[in-house]
Write a protein that binds this ligand. Structure first.
Ligand code: ATP
Ligand code: MG
Length: 561
């Protein structure tokens, strides 16, 4: 990944300083997803940051851990663990041996909590959740002490072990850190650090019925793994004093430092797991990997190359500035990669029959076409060409505007890689007036040669031989939302779902061979866009199913004017 060299941002500056001053001999980062949903484009930024910092400092022995922050049994699931592993691998990152689960530290968290109690720094609070909330105060008023705040350590220890043993109902008691009820930072007003949850955990089953809160567990997870720089998004900035308090007051093997950066927010996209889950559950999309979803699995199924996603997130930059990143930047990277790498194939999405009147019926020949115009190494392939062909309906105009260079009455056009053909007539459906077929003559000797004297030919169109064409289904995707900030739409993000985000096209004509490609095969359909054989519904040997990855040009730029 040397070409993706990163500019120095403020986080890389801090790490370089810490290595330079000898504060740390190496740097250890982590990516800590909660397995309660699929990864999305925002996570790609965080993954890229922590993993590439480790790669850049590999010479010092740097590493990046993948750690599942699975401390909440209610919403977590093995399905999510598996998908997260697959997605990060696909993005191109490797954690080696360093795969961890916070749930394997439950004993450690518990011991830390006991130590806090013994030191008089934590207490069991038996107020109701409402009372605790009320006692917290607000930004202008200090909190009020819980009546249980000054319980003796011995009593707290007994109550806490009762909680652990299952002798208390969910919500009947919590463990709170004893910090400062008058702190200007609400997170420091005796935060809850343990609660009772009687639910099975995906890893530890029914071994526990008390679970640590994120703000307590996370710094301990980092410390236990000797993370040096714990990189997270800005919403955790106000939690940093608590993070540091936990590290200072618990028995830890190392003191990690939390550094925050701004989240990635992409226009016309949502990056909240809760909202993405709602799209799936309410069936606005078919699944987490629906090709319209901003999830990594959705983008993979759509056909986005992982290198394009890496380029995109590497260029958004690491700052504390909150802004919206133009989704066109992501689309640009996708086009840029595919333009260089995707082989060309012929497909006609909206077919119109062309008959070459001077071509003998029942005969055909093979023409050789390039697989990639910019890359000789991609080679050529042979396409058969006979009397009947399919062309794109939009490539013939009965009443063409000026400067229309494709097929028109009395005009000529080149079949890509084949002959120049010249209009001789057409037929229409009497009722609708719709053109049903176009009659042309082919000009012998024009393959690979320029137009003969007196013939004006300024364009080349794609085509598929009718005899050998394969009927296919194509799914054309567009943005899922019509508003740049979907949450701001009337009715929220569901209020601006793009009703045209999926167009199903049946009866597409493909050149032969495409019915045999493996799911995930990517190519450019000449002059149309980039397409990918669908990983769910395309099966070699059956009717092909292709997803449009993206058009050749940015059609939204035009629409916006
Ligand atoms: P939710 O949106 O459900 O609160 P989350 O997106 O924060 O959850 P986590 O699994 O906790 O989900 O995220 C793992 C890591 O990814 C966190 O460190 C978080 O800071 C980072 N992350 C999440 N969303 C973004 C984003 N949009 N941009 C950059 N980093 C993100
Ligand atoms: Mg989170």
């Amino acid at each position: 990944m040397s070409k993706e060299q990163q500019k120095r941002d403020f986080i890389r500056e801090i790490i370089a300083e810490d290595l330079g001053s000898g504060k740390h001999e190496t740097t250890v980062t982590r990516f800590p997803p909660e397995p309660n949903g699929y990864l999305h484009i925002g996570h790609a930024k965080a993954i890229y940051l922590s993993f590439s910092i480790a790669l850049e400092n590999a010479g010092t022995g740097a590493r990046c851990h993948l750690r599942f922050d699975d401390t909440n049994p209610a919403k977590e699931d093995q399905e999510y663990v598996d998908s997260i592993i697959e997605d990060i691998r696909w993005l191109g990152f490797d954690w080696g041996e360093n795969l961890f689960f916070a749930s394997n530290y439950f004993d450690y968290f518990y011991d830390c909590a006991v130590k806090l109690i013994e030191d008089g720094k934590a207490y069991v609070d038996e107020q109701t959740p409402e009372e605790i909330k009320k006692g917290r105060g607000n930004l202008t008023e200090p909190g009020t002490d819980s009546p249980y705040r000054d319980r003796a350590p011995a009593e707290n220890l007994e109550l806490f072990s009762k909680m652990k043993a299952g002798g208390a109902a969910g919500g009947s008691a919590v463990l709170r850190a004893k910090i400062d009820m008058a702190s200007a930072n609400l997170n420091m007003r005796d935060p809850v650090i343990y609660r009772i949850v009687h639910e099975s955990h995906h890893n530890t089953g029914d071994a526990w019925c008390i679970y640590p809160m994120y703000d307590f567990a996370h710094p301990l997870e980092d410390a236990k793994e000797c993370i040096t720089h714990s990189l997270c998004t800005l919403e955790f900035e106000d939690h940093r004093p608590l993070y540091d308090w936990v590290v200072e007051n618990c028995p830890v093997p190392a003191a990690p430092r939390q550094i925050e950066f701004s989240r990635l927010t992409v226009g016309y996209t949502i990056t909240s797991k809760r909202k993405l889950l709602q799209l799936v559950e309410d069936k606005h999309v078919s699944s987490w990997d629906d090709p319209r979803m901003p999830t990594l699995s959705g983008m993979r199924r759509r056909g986005f190359p992982p290198v394009a996603i890496r380029s995109f997130v590497s260029k958004v930059g690491i700052t504390k500035f909150k802004g919206i990143t133009d989704v066109a930047n992501l689309e640009f990277e996708v086009r840029d990669v595919l333009n260089k790498t995707a082989q060309r194939r012929m497909a006609v999405l909206d077919p119109l029959k062309v008959i070459l009147t001077n071509y003998p019926a029942g005969e055909s020949e093979e023409v050789e076409v390039q697989n990639h115009p910019g890359d000789e190494a991609a080679g050529t392939r042979k396409l058969s060409l006979g009397r009947e062909l399919w062309i794109e309906r939009g490539d013939f105009e009965l009443d063409p505007p000026k400067k229309y260079f494709r097929l028109k009455p009395d005009g000529a056009v080149r079949l890509k890689g084949g002959y120049i053909i010249r209009y001789v007539g057409h037929e229409v459906e009497p009722q609708s007036g719709e053109v049903t077929e176009v009659h042309c003559e082919f000009l012998p000797g024009t393959i690979g040669q320029s137009a003969p004297e007196g013939v004006i030919c300024k364009a080349a169109i794609h085509w598929v031989n009718a005899d050998s064409a394969q009927d296919a289904e194509v799914r054309v995707y567009d943005r899922l939302f019509t508003e740049e900030i979907p949450e701001n739409a009337e009715g929220g993000f569901l209020g601006c779902l793009n009703s045209e985000s999926l167009e199903l096209i049946q009866g597409v004509k493909l050149e032969p061979g495409l019915e045999m490609v493996e799911p995930g095969f990517v190519c450019q359909f000449e002059r149309i866009g980039y397409f990918c054989a669908d990983s769910g519904d395309h099966h070699p040997g059956e009717t092909p199913v292709f997803n449009r990855i993206i058009g050749l040009r940015d059609s939204w730029a035009k629409k916006k004017g």
